[in-house]
Design a protein around this ligand. Sequence first.
Ligand code: GLN
Length: 256
Amino acid sequence: MKKATKFLTMTLAMVMTVCTLTACGGAAKGNTLTFGTNAEFPPFEYVTSNGAIGEYDGIDMAIAKQIAEDNGMTAAMENMEFDSLLVALQNGQIDAVIAGMTATDERKETVDFSTPYYTATQVMIVREDSDITAATDMADKKICVIQGYTGEICVQDMGYTYEAFKKGTEAVMELVNGKCDVVVIDSATAKKYVGDNEGLKIVEDPGAFESEEYAIAVQKGNTELLDKINKSIDKMLADGTVNELAVKYTEEATAE
Ligand code: GLN
């Protein structure tokens, strides 16, 4: 009997230790803010050896880390295909999406967006000898886009046929290899690719491509989290943090 009591006490002690270590009862989850991203979008998110959040680095990753810290939480990052992000958010697999994501009216139908933190536009990446000088010049050209990006939607709306790739790097390789004539993609990411690959240039056409605003997405109606995110973003916009990060990661991204 005495032995049994001792055994019970020990078992209880062990269970309690395990509980403390793994934070039973959801305490760990409660203290972790899980973001989803698609780490194929430099300078906003990319994979590196030692990033702001684990192996992920970029402007968005530093912003996500700061948002979590401002709220006494730890940021976790789940890397997935861009197309899967909003589904994962709605499923509750992730708490928020930070992925250089443009707050479009269509996306606003399914998720809520934070205060915008970055303004971008679509541009055309072409080879240096290209005769494309405006969006209308794409009419008879082979166009590459990235699946699910706003660039794809723009080209679709213009009524042009195109080929969609899963990754920006794949589309840019097609361009470098002469298999397509133009890649339509977000401005800052385009600059990074042009810096990384010889013989490419950017063509802008502000009349054809409207400006876009990047924002963080949360589940529709999750005002509690949205308020926390917005407070943090407002602070980072006001004190110049977002600007500093944009400069830092743009320089790093082109210097690589
Ligand atoms: N801004 C673009 C969009 O929202 C591309 C974003 C991205 O690739 N991460 O579709």
